[in-house]
Design a protein around this ligand. Structure first.
Ligand code: HEM
Length: 410
C-alpha cells in the first residue's frame, strides 16, 4: 500500500474533495479497488473503481442518466427550479435516448475524425502565435498563458464567436467545475453556479441573434437553424447545449495539456525520451490520458434492479459513480506498473473519454490539440523548467482534475 495512505479504519474510503485526495487520488483508488470495489459512499452512490465494472456500467443499457430523478433524490424537488440545474438537465451529456440521440445527432458531424484533421493547421497557428508572444518573456504560467488559450480559441472558432467578443472568455473564470462533483453543492455554491449560468445564457442569446441575422459556417448557426426550421430542439436545449460545448470544449483539454506537462517534468527520463523521439507523441497523449486523466469520473443510474455488480446489488434508481482515473490504473488491465508514466506503454486504451453512447464527442479534437501543443512546446522551448514540479497547486474540484497554475521559465 502506498505511503500516502494511512489506513485508520475510521476515515471514509472515498472522500474526493479532501486536499490529500485532490493532490494524489491514486493511492486511495488502489485502496478502493482492493478493499471495496463497488463501494456505497456517504452520499448513497455506489463507487465503482475497477476497470471491469466502470467499463461495463458505461456501456450497459440497464444504466442511463435519469438526471432529474437523480438530482431530485439528492437535493429535493425544488432543485430543478435553479437555473444551473435546469440548464444542465438539457445537456446531451445528461440525457437518455431518444432525446440524447436527437441532440447528439445535430452536432456530431462537426467532430468527425476527418473534420478535426482539417483543423490541424489552425491549431498549429494558434500554438505558434501564442509561443511567439511568450518566448521573449523567459517565463510563463503554462496553464493561463499557454494551455488555456488554445482550446478556448478553437471552441470559439467552432461556435462562431466573433474575435471581438473573445477577450471576456480568455479572462473568464474557470470555476464551474463543482457542478459535476459527486459531493452536493452548498446553497452558496448553487447561487454562484446560477449566476455563471445566467451570464453565459445572456451572452449566448446575443450570439444566437447575431447568427440568425448573419449565418456563418459554425455550430451555433447550425443549431439556431435547427431550432427555427425543423423544431428539432427547443430554445432551452439550444442554450444549454451551446453552454455544454463551450465548457466541455476547453476545461478538459486545458487540463490534459497541463497534467501531461506536469507528468513529463516529474519523469525526466520520459521527457528526454519524447524530446529525442517526437514520433512517440501520439502514444504519449494516450498515456497522459491514462496516467492522470483530466476527467476523473462520470455517473450512471440503474434503470432497473441490478442483481450483481462486482458483488453488490444496485436497486433501480441508485447512482453508480464510475471512477475513470481508477480504472485507468487497474493492474488487471495494466499489469506493468500502472502507477508509472511510460510513454511507450503498449495497448493504452484509457477510459478517460467515457464509453457507450456518451463517448466524448471531442475526443479526437482534444487529442490533436494536446499533441500539437505539447510537441510544439518541447521543440520551441527545449530548455523549459517548471518552478516547482513537486508541489503544484491543484484546482479544488474532483471530477475535473487540473492545475490552478504551473509556472515555468527557460
Ligand atoms: C481531454 C479532454 C477531454 C476529456 C478527458 C473528456 C471527457 C469526456 C467524458 C468522460 C465524457 C463522457 C461522460 C459520460 O460518459 O457520462 C465526455 C462527453 C462529452 N464531451 Fe468530452 N472530454 C474532453 C474534451 C472534449 C472536447 C474538446 C469537447 C468539445 C469540443 C468535448 C465535448 C463533449 C461532449 C459534448 C460530451 C457529451 C457527449 C454525449 O453525451 O453524447 N469534450 N467527455
Amino acid at each position: 500500500m502506498n505511503e500516502h495512505v494511512q489506513s485508520t479504519g475510521s476515515e471514509p474510503l472515498f472522500n474526493p474533495l479532501a486536499p490529500e485526495y485532490i493532490r494524489n487520488p491514486y493511492p486511495y483508488y488502489e485502496r478502493l479497488r482492493t478493499m471495496d470495489p463497488v463501494h456505497l459512499n456517504v452520499h448513497g452512490a455506489f463507487v465503482a473503481s475497477r476497470h471491469a465494472e466502470v467499463s461495463l456500467v458505461m456501456r450497459d443499457k440497464r444504466f442511463g442518466k435519469d438526471f432529474s430523478e437523480r438530482t431530485i433524490r439528492r437535493y429535493g424537488p425544488k432543485i430543478m427550479e435553479e437555473p444551473a440545474f435546469r440548464s444542465m438537465s438539457h445537456w446531451m451529456l445528461q440525457q437518455d435516448p431518444p432525446d440524447h440521440t436527437r441532440l447528439r445527432g445535430l452536432v456530431v458531424k462537426a467532430f468527425t475524425a476527418r473534420r478535426v484533421e482539417d483543423m490541424r493547421p489552425r491549431i498549429q497557428q494558434v500554438v505558434d502565435e501564442t509561443l511567439d508572444r511568450i518566448i521573449p518573456q523567459g517565463k510563463m504560467d503554462l496553464i493561463e498563458d499557454f494551455a488555456f488559450r488554445l482550446p478556448v480559441t478553437i471552441i470559439c472558432d467552432m461556435l462562431g464567436i466573433p474575435e471581438e467578443h473573445r477577450e471576456a472568455f480568455y479572462n473568464g473564470s474557470r470555476d464551474g467545475g463543482r457542478l459535476l462533483d459527486p459531493v452536493p453543492l452548498s446553497p452558496e455554491e448553487i447561487k454562484q453556479a446560477n449566476a455563471g449560468n445566467v451570464m453565459a445564457a445572456m451572452y449566448f442569446h446575443q450570439l444566437f441573434e447575431l447568427r440568425r441575422k448573419q449565418p456563418g459556417d459554425d455550430l451555433t448557426t447550425q443549431l439556431v437553424q435547427a431550432e427555427e426550421n425543423g423544431h428539432k430542439l427547443t430554445n432551452e436545449e439550444l442554450t444549454a447545449n451551446i453552454i455544454l460545448l463551450f465548457g466541455a470544449g476547453h476545461e478538459t483539454t486545458v487540463n490534459l495539456i497541463g497534467n501531461g506537462l506536469l507528468a513529463l517534468h516529474r519523469n525526466p527520463d520520459q521527457l528526454a525520451l519524447l524530446k529525442a523521439n517526437p514520433g512517440l507523441i501520439t502514444n504519449a497523449i494516450e498515456e497522459f490520458l491514462r496516467y492522470d486523466s483530466s476527467v476523473q469520473a462520470t455517473g450512471r443510474v440503474a434503470l432497473e434492479d441490478i442483481e450483481d455488480l462486482g458483488g453488490k446489488r444496485i436497486p433501480k434508481g441508485e447512482t453508480v459513480l464510475c471512477l475513470l482515473g481508477s480504472a485507468n490504473h487497474d493492474p488487471a488491465v495494466y499489469p506493468d506498473h500502472p502507477e508509472k508514466l511510460d510513454i511507450r506503454r503498449p495497448n493504452v486504451k484509457p477510459l478517460s473519454f467515457g464509453g457507450g453512447i456518451h463517448f466524448c464527442l471531442g475526443a479526437q479534437l482534444a487529442r490533436i490539440e494536446a499533441e500539437i501543443a505539447i510537441s510544439t512546446l518541447l521543440r520551441r522551448i527545449p530548455d523549459l523548467r517548471l518552478d516547482d514540479a513537486e508541489n503544484p497547486e491543484w484546482r479544488p474540484t474532483f471530477v475535473l482534475r487540473g492545475l490552478k497554475c504551473l509556472p515555468a521559465s527557460w
